[in-house]
Design a binder for this molecule. Structure first.
Ligand SMILES: Cc1ncc(C[n+]2csc(CCOP(=O)(O)OP(=O)(O)O)c2C)c(N)n1
Length: 636
């Protein structure tokens, strides 16, 4: 059967739809999202929550002439389905497929790429100014979640926009959830606005509700309307004070109401803040009931296949698809254990309690756990403050989001030598999510920071031992580990994590590895042994400082450094710098393997690692090449 969605090639077409057709379209979009995410994995509850908003925005505005900027962007699936990507939507998040986030390169309808939170209002301000300078007339709209509103950048942008008195619309998609429940005073403020009586009362009568929201346009001039908005709405003081007209809160699932209100707002001047309330997971009962689990899911088995109705997902963020304990699990158990031993240990997350594993710490030590919201900068400096007063803060954070807090790492933690421990998760390739989420740079930017020790556990045992060691030191330490399984590699007993460790002896060549790269290197060494090569594997363990004693020993063999980080400024560069500084460059055979100077696209983690030759097969290929070149030059 041909669906409405099948007939849509441009969103302009929906402007001719009847109300009934629009409602039917909403249902079809939800169905397609559930079906695709069930088979490909991806974000689920967030896209389901904004379907009506997406349809209303495309119905009222002329996108892409009008600019719609998604915040974080993981909610944009309905937008993709309406803007020429329905046919290819089954490739969502696959290698060379449709991205799970807006991307300028993918479509003219995606006017700004996202993935990291709280950027949309800043981008909108820039676009609105550009529009003025270029004498253009279109609308600029930022669609931001209540979680993303907790990021300071959103307020920096509001501050700027209100000051400039720009024509722009900010729509708050308030579902009271970040990934976990949204936290903080701002969340409380939004909640007070929602629970205030007028919202519930007015819902009963759409006509009078619209008047309550934005006045009766029929009897007022636009200027009157603008003035009247401030009079009508007693709430929203915070946004009024920022220079915005505040409208809301209103039901973000009431499609006729959304269309009515957006059509009127389209005519207003100055910055406007529309507060919509939505339900995360709307339309899928299980997701409505448990939006945290359904925030992002792995490909899921449809229970309906067994005749039981709704799909049953497994979590994407909290537990990567692994047979063994993950690094995240190993860290979570270790930090709880450290918290048990020492009541000065406190744990901090920037809105990622499940993803970082710190939810376990929250359960065990609720009074020493802090979810600060999507505020990586604050998280780092907050930790610095705690450390300055003798606490032992552990900041659980993804590599890609630590980029946000880099100045704070330098200025507030390392310059002052404060003993903050950074547990840097998702360091390396992260798989299907997006190039925005890969942890490609942390070794480079952390290594460049004085006073900071950078460690890379290769497995679960090292993760626990290194965390314990880090907390025993009175200095800043970063532990970086991958979104991967952490099966024990080598003997668990008698480890000295302060030193590099030889995992396999070999005379012909040595793989000098960082973190879990040791596993691929061992596999490669086995494969090379079948060719008659005697290849060793050494786990460097510490990226900074280097175990220079070990380097001096290895110096007389060909060395291949292996790391999941940008080659530029990475571990291999550090090794090279050491040999240069110690006058050992002459005759050195060193090959560095890691990420090239590109942004790696979405694909499975396995495919991504293969793409940069960091899987066993890639290491074997490179080793053969090096061995062919160096066999004669080096004495066995
Ligand atoms: C800077 C940054 N930190 C953390 C994240 C991880 N993250 C992705 S979505 C999300 C929650 C966003 O909540 P909200 O904006 O309310 O959108 P919703 O999913 O509720 O629709 C978080 C914390 C991120 N994308 N960017």
């Amino acid at each position: 059967m041909t669906t409405l969605l099948d007939t849509i090639t441009t969103p302009q077409q929906i402007k001719a739809f009847t109300g009934e057709q629009l409602e039917a379209l909403v249902g079809e979009l939800r169905e397609r999202i559930i079906e695709t995410v069930s088979s490909n994995g991806g974000h689920l509850a967030s896209p389901l929550g904004v379907v009506e908003l997406t349809v209303a925005l495309h119905y009222v505005f002329d996108i892409p002439t009008d600019k719609l900027i998604w915040d974080v962007g993981h909610q944009c699936y309905a937008h993709k389905l309406l803007t020429g990507r329905a046919e290819s939507f089954d490739t969502l998040r696959k290698q060379d497929g449709v991205s799970g986030y807006p991307r300028i390169a993918e479509s003219a309808y995606d006017c700004f790429g996202t993935g990291h939170s709280s950027t949309s209002i800043s981008a909108a301000v820039g676009m609105a100014i550009a529009r003025e300078r270029l004498g253009l007339k279109h609308h600029v709209i930022s669609l931001i979640g209540d979680g993303a509103m907790t990021g300071g950048m959103a307020f920096e942008a509001l501050n700027h926009a209100g000051h400039l008195d720009l024509d722009m619309l900010v729509i708050l998609n308030d579902n009271e959830m970040s990934i976990s429940r949204n936290v903080g005073a701002l969340a409380r403020y939004f909640n007070r606005m929602i629970t205030a009586a007028p919202y519930k009362r007015a819902k009963q009568d759409v006509g009078s509700y619209v008047k309550t929201l934005i006045g009766d346009r029929m009897t007022r001039t636009i200027q009157d309307l603008e003035k009247s908005v401030k009079g009508f709405i007693t709430k929203g003081g915070l946004f009024l004070d920022f220079g915005f007209n505040y409208i809301g809160p209103m039901d973000g699932h009431d499609l006729p109401l959304l269309i009515e209100v957006l059509s009127r707002l389209k005519q207003m001047k100055g910055p406007v803040f529309l507060h919509c309330t939505t339900e995360k997971g709307k339309g899928l009962k299980a997701a409505e009931e448990d939006p945290l689990t359904y925030h992002g899911v792995k490909p899921i088995m449809l229970k309906s296949d067994a005749g039981e109705g709704d799909p049953v997902p497994s979590k994407m963020d909290a537990s990567p698809p692994l047979a063994n304990t993950s690094f995240t699990d190993a860290f979570a158990d270790a930090v709880v254990a450290m918290g048990n031993k020492n009541d000065r240990v406190v744990a901090i997350t920037a809105a990622m309690p499940t993803g970082t594993g710190l939810a376990k710490f929250e359960q065990a030590h609720p009074d020493r756990f802090f979810d600060v919201g999507i505020c990586e900068q604050h998280a780092v400096t907050f930790a610095a403050g705690l450390a300055a007063e003798g606490m032992k803060p552990v900041v659980g954070i993804y590599s890609t989001f630590l980029q946000r807090g880099y100045d704070q790492v330098i200025h507030d933690v390392c310059l002052q030598q404060l003993p903050v421990v950074f547990a840097v998760d998702r360091a390396g390739m992260v798989g299907e999510d997006s190039p925005t989420q890969n942890g490609a740079f942390d070794v480079s930017f952390l290594r460049a920071t004085p006073n900071l020790r950078v460690l890379a556990p290769r497995d679960d045992v090292d993760t626990a031992l290194m965390l314990e060691w880090a907390l025993s030191l009175n200095e800043p330490v970063a532990l970086r580990y991958a979104r991967d399984a952490a099966p024990t590699i080598g003997d668990a007993a008698g480890r000295d994590v302060t030193r590099a460790e030889t995992l396999r002896d070999g005379h012909d060549l040595v793989f000098l590895t960082v973190g879990p790269c040791a596993a691929a290197a061992l596999e490669a060494a086995d494969a090379l042994a079948e060719d008659g090569y005697d290849v060793g594997v050494v786990d460097a363990r510490s990226v900074k400082p280097l175990d220079t004693g070990m380097l001096d020993e290895l110096r007389h063999k060909p060395i291949i450094t292996v790391e999941e980080n940008a080659l530029a400024g990475g571990f291999g560069s550090a090794v090279l710098e050491y040999f240069e500084a110690s006058g050992q460059l002459d005759g050195l055979a060193l090959v560095r393997m890691g990420f090239d100077d590109v942004f790696y696209e979405q694909a499975s983690r396995r495919e991504q690692l293969a793409a940069c030759n960091l899987d066993a097969a890639g290491l074997v290929r490179h080793a053969r090449h090096v061995l062919a070149r160096t066999q004669d030059a080096f004495v066995k």
